[in-house]
Write a protein that binds this ligand. Structure first.
Ligand code: TXA
Ligand code: MG
Length: 320
């Protein structure tokens, strides 16, 4: 069996090694006050695709981008007035805010799952912010566990749950001791008025309402079943989409995958590489959607590995 990811102490030397891995497009495990995260450069689509591959997650959901301070948030997002008091009081800490993307936001389309909003968090742990400082890029990080497994609160949980470096897992795990919250951050959407709670967590509804008045909790993942309001947070093209296309009909644009003699408008990956295809998916759908075609036809994608997540997303778009 291949070796699990090495667990290393969180000192200056290992932080700079970890930061270099992130900047090179690799994955690392690191501690936060909520749970351990599986981090990648949020501006690098292929790096983010490796997160989904390592977790074995059969769908793409938007990820949180982690940054060390409010200046770094302002480089990504327009911070509305209503969010300022909340940010002042609860950052750094177990709170994620969903903002409208700034016009020059460098976050990759895969990180935000094609949405025009971006979820950002400044973690509470000093060591986590030191790491983010050293990375000098926003770090996309879901919980560092295999899809469907329990969220990790210790470095050992991460190495036990995820594949090792030789199998697409993190190159190392920075041991920052046990997480003290043990529950993912509260996610609050501040693009709407009133703000909407998207995921309950460490910071409570009462904590937030004390600052901004009543908030909307209707679409919350854990309070209501998947409502249309929740689905609308997923990006899908408005042009009709057809999967498993082996030819192009009149008026359609064809999105390729793998080598082909057909005329393709764009191709997810010429060599048939699923990581490259994942990194391109949302960006190319946006582009093709803007072309005024009667339809978007997508060539077959294998239903294995990241292909599962790509096909899941295409299927949702095809049935819109
Ligand atoms: O505590 C945490 O938040 C941990 C640690 C590692 O920081 N991270 C974490 O990340 O739980 P993640 O990526 O698994 O959480 C993503 C949550 C999901 O509920 C997702 O739907 C929501 O944030 N989210 C992310 N981007 C969004 C967006 N643009 N619009 C709406 N919801 C978004
Ligand atoms: Mg999780």
């Amino acid at each position: 069996m291949a070796s699990p990811a090495p667990i290393v102490p969180c000192n200056d030397r290992n932080i700079s090694i970890a930061a270099q891995i992130i900047r090179d497009g690799g994955l690392i495990g690191f501690g936060t006050e909520t749970v351990y995260g599986l981090g990648a450069d949020a501006t690098n689509g292929e790096a983010v695709a490796r997160i989904f591959a390592a977790k074995g997650r059969p769908s793409f959901n938007p990820l949180i981008s982690h940054v060390p301070n409010v200046d770094a948030v302002a480089a990504l997002a327009n911070i509305p007035t209503i969010a300022r008091d909340i940010a002042d009081k609860y950052w750094p800490g177990p709170l994620t805010l969903v903002f409208r993307k700034a016009s020059n936001c460098p976050i990759s389309d895969l990180t935000t799952a094609g949405l025009n909003t971006v979820a950002v968090r400044i973690p509470g742990r000093d060591a986590a912010r030191d790491l983010l400082d050293a990375c000098a890029v926003p770090v996309a990080a879901p919980s560092a566990n295999a899809s469907g497994a329990i969220s990790p609160t210790r470095a050992e949980h991460v190495s036990a749950s995820l594949p090792g470096p030789a199998d697409g897992g993190p190159k190392l795990i920075l041991d920052m001791g046990p997480s003290d919250v043990g529950l993912e951050s509260t996610v609050l959407d501040v693009t709407t008025s009133p703000p909407a709670l998207l995921r309950p967590g460490g910071i409570t509804i009462e904590d937030i309402e004390a600052l901004v008045g009543p908030i909307d909790i209707a679409g919350t993942d854990d309070i209501a079943p998947r409502s249309p309001g929740m689905m609308s947070r997923h990006y899908a093209p408005t042009t009709p989409l057809r999967m498993n296309a082996t030819s192009r009909n009149d008026g359609e644009v064809l999105l390729g995958f793998g080598p082909t003699s057909l005329h393709v408008e764009m191709t997810l990956s010429e060599s048939g590489d699923l990581i490259e295809a994942s990194a391109h998916l949302f960006e190319m759908l946006h582009h093709l959607d803007a072309m005024d075609a009667t339809g978007i036809a997508v060539m077959p994608i294998p239903d294995t590995g990241l292909g599962l997540a790509i096909n899941d997303r295409l299927r949702r778009a095809a049935t819109m």
